[in-house]
Each structure stands twice: as structure tokens, then as C-alpha cells.
Design a protein around this ligand. Structure first.
Ligand code: AMP
Length: 397
């Protein structure tokens, strides 16, 4: 019987998945990659095969209202495609691993209890990540599952980069800077020796610019600082999250405007950032194509904060050898890359406009003191590698 392994990345309105397959006596390979988007609004199912050819593209009934419904759709499609195939393991992206999980972990009821306690630290992501684990447990109780955390990659950072400067007794129960997007950074760090060997062992700033956005300072491939911290609200301006914010603003929302904790949470996680400034959209594509002054201000602020905080990360590293762009905006928007690189000219970034426009891997001129690169991320592959290793599946994906 053929073996299968699944990777699930469950968000608030989307379920991304990868299917890995091992034909009898052979090696693991990517069989399919897909997503269900628009869960709760206008759900849509797309799948590409391992070579990138679209094999499914269909609108789903509006009755797919939540993650559980999305898992049912995926399970139905898997049954139809692969019949009675055996699922050997499921790897999940889980955003917050808290103080106790410094690496991927096999899911047990005790682990789940601990992860549920972290929901307040990642209310936008963690409940959906855990709901996917519950949904798989309900359908495939015998199949081992692995939780892979966005925080783990940062756990070796020096104490000075992780401390939260509040009274110690308030910080006792894990109030510290964790950092996120770790699966993305870990993947990028793992491929740098191949795609950008001249900087891989040096001081590198990786800019993960997607709907969530952050920077990671790498020294020799290890995380030494990051702009996201205790929660996924800090640092850069994001699609709906503000990034770095004077905590006095939060006090003002409570004390003067009289907002409730739930309202403040909603402002900070769902209504701020690009959406808040523009009042138009959280999607960078919409804003770049919009001439409204508020749309332009949102883009300007995004670029300004990215460049400013790249300066801070360079300070943390004591200099910089390379700058790497990844994720939705970083990989696809030549304009945003060009604007950030222009703002980092003082650091020694000398952009090659043609290479940037045509999305070469290296986008700076040969003589540029600091080189800049575009490296597509692959968080799902990182989860597959961890899951394979932990479950002894010899995943060579
Ligand atoms: P991610 O969270 O990594 O999927 O990235 C989502 C973000 O990438 C959204 O803000 C999209 O607008 C943005 N994005 C995707 N493609 C482009 C593009 N060609 N130009 C600008 N932004 C893009």
C-alpha cells in the first residue's frame, strides 16, 4: 500500500495543504499542493500537482463555513484521488510554541493543553492551527501528528534580544520576545548555502513580507534577533496589524476611548496596518494600484518601517552582508523591493533595476557592498522535513 503524509497550514480563512506520497519501496515526493481560500465567505478550492500543473479549481458551497468544513472537503478530495491510501503522519503549522517548545513536537493531549493556553498570545492564528489538529484527530485518531512552531527557530537568540523590560514578576510566566515566521526563516537559512553561498555564513537580514511581515537577523544561519516579539503584533507594518506601537496608544484606547479588551484585540489584529492607514484594503496589490492619498500613505509607511527596522537589525548584527526578500510581497513586488533597497542605499545596497524587475535571485549590482536577493519561502516543506524526521518517515522531500 502506498504511504501518504500531509502538511496543513490552517488560518482564519484559508487551509493550505501539501500531500507527500511514497510509492511502494520508493522515496517521498510532493504529490500535490493546494488551498481552500475564502472559508466563511466564498470558499474556493485549488490544487496543483507536484510539477505545478493545476489539477483542481472549483468554487465550493457556501456551507464550508469553518476549518472543520474545509478539512471535510480536503478529506473527500483525498479519498477520491487516492482511495484507501495510508496516511502515515500529518504535520501542522502552529504559530506559537511558547516558552517550552524549542522544536517540533509529536502531538499528545498534554501538548495540546499547553498549546491551547497560548491562544491569547496568538488569537488570529493559534485557534485555527489547533482546530485543524482536532479535526484530524476526530477523523484519523490513529495517525501521528506533529506540531511545528513559528517561534522555535528563534529560541537560540541571546537573552538581551528576548527580554521584555517590565518588572520581573510580571514576566515570570513566559512574557518574553519569541519571534515568528520561524518556519519561513528556517527554510530560507537552509537554502542560502546553495542559492547565496557568499552571504550564507555571514550577517543576513531576511525580510518576510506577506500579509504578516517581519525581519530576522541571521548570523551564520542562526536567528539572533527579529522584529516580531511576544505576539505577532510587533515590528513592521502588516496587512491588518500595526507593527511597533507606543503602548500608551493601547492605554488610551482602554482608558479614554473606553474600548473593551475584545475591541482592542480586534483593532490590533484585524483593523490596523495597511488596512487601517488606507481605509481601503489590507492587500498590497490593491494599494499599489490605487491613487488615493491614503493608499499611498499606507505603502509609504510600509516601506519606511521596513527600511528603518532593517537599519535596526543591521545594528543588532554589527553590520550586514546580505538582504533577502521573501513571502508574498517580498517575492512578487519589484516596486516594494526597489523602494526598500533605495532607502537602504546608505547601508551599501546598490540595486540592479533590471535584475529586480525580472526577479533574478540576486538583485544587486556585482559591486554592491551589501547584496540583495529574492528567495521564495517554503514553510510547508520545512514542516514536511520536521514531520518526516520526527516520525522516522525518512522524508526526502
Ligand atoms: P503572503 O501572506 O505571503 O501570502 O502574502 C500576501 C501579500 O502578498 C498580500 O498583501 C498580497 O497583496 C501580496 N502580493 C502578492 N503578490 C503581489 C504582487 N505581485 N505585488 C504586490 N503584492 C503582492
Amino acid at each position: 500500500m502506498e504511504d501518504f503524509a500531509l502538511v496543513l497550514n490552517a488560518g482564519s480563512s484559508s487551509l493550505k495543504f501539501c500531500v507527500y506520497r511514497r510509492p511502494e519501496e520508493q522515496t517521498w515526493g510532493l504529490e500535490a499542493r493546494g488551498q481552500i481560500e475564502g472559508i466563511g465567505t466564498s470558499p474556493h478550492f485549488t490544487v496543483k500537482d507536484g510539477t505545478g500543473v493545476k489539477v483542481a479549481d472549483q468554487a465550493l458551497a457556501a456551507s464550508v463555513r469553518d476549518g472543520d468544513g474545509a478539512i471535510d472537503v480536503l478529506a473527500g478530495w483525498l479519498r477520491q484521488q487516492y482511495g484507501g491510501a495510508r496516511v502515515r503522519g500529518v504535520g501542522h503549522r502552529v504559530v506559537h510554541g511558547g516558552p517550552n517548545f524549542a522544536g517540533p513536537v509529536a502531538v499528545t493531549p498534554q501538548v495540546l493543553d499547553e498549546l491551547r493556553r497560548l491562544v491569547p498570545l496568538a488569537p488570529l492564528h493559534q485557534p485555527h492551527n489547533l482546530a485543524a489538529i482536532d479535526a484530524v484527530t476526530a477523523r484519523l485518531p490513529e495517525v501521528p501528528q506533529v506540531a511545528c512552531f513559528d517561534t522555535s527557530f528563534h529560541r537560540g537568540q541571546p537573552e538581551v534580544a528576548t527580554v521584555v523590560p517590565l518588572p520581573r514578576d510580571l514576566c515570570r510566566d513566559g512574557v518574553q520576545r519569541y519571534g515568528f515566521h520561524g518556519l519561513s526563516y528556517e527554510y530560507v537559512a537552509s537554502v542560502l548555502p546553495t542559492v547565496a553561498p557568499e552571504i550564507a555564513a555571514g550577517r543576513v537580514i531576511v525580510a518576510h513580507l506577506g500579509s504578516g511581515a517581519s525581519l530576522c537577523a541571521l548570523r551564520g544561519g542562526r536567528s539572533v534577533d527579529s522584529t516580531l516579539s511576544f505576539t505577532a503584533l510587533d515590528g513592521l507594518c502588516m496587512g491588518t496589524r500595526p507593527g511597533a506601537l507606543d503602548p500608551g496608544v493601547v492605554l488610551y484606547l482602554f482608558q479614554t476611548l473606553g474600548l473593551s479588551p475584545k475591541e482592542v484585540e480586534s483593532v490590533l489584529y484585524k483593523k490596523s496596518g495597511l488596512l487601517g492607514i488606507s481605509g481601503i484594503s489590507n492587500d498590497m496589490r490593491d494599494l499599489l494600484g490605487n491613487t488615493a492619498a491614503s493608499a499611498q500613505l499606507a505603502v509609504d509607511y510600509f516601506v519606511y518601517q521596513a527600511a528603518k527596522q532593517i537599519g535596526a537589525m543591521a545594528g543588532a548584527l554589527g553590520g550586514v552582508d546580505g538582504l533577502v526578500f521573501t513571502a508574498g510581497i517580498g517575492e512578487n513586488s519589484a516596486e516594494i523591493r526597489a523602494r526598500i533597497c533605495a532607502a537602504c542605499a546608505w547601508l551599501g545596497v546598490d540595486l540592479d533595476a533590471g535584475a529586480n524587475e525580472s526577479r533574478q535571485t540576486r538583485i544587486t549590482r556585482p559591486e554592491s557592498r551589501v547584496s540583495a536577493w529574492v528567495v521564495p519561502t517554503n514553510e510547508e516543506l520545512m514542516i514536511a522535513r520536521h514531520t518526516g524526521r520526527l516520525l522516522g518517515l525518512a522524508a526526502n522531500a
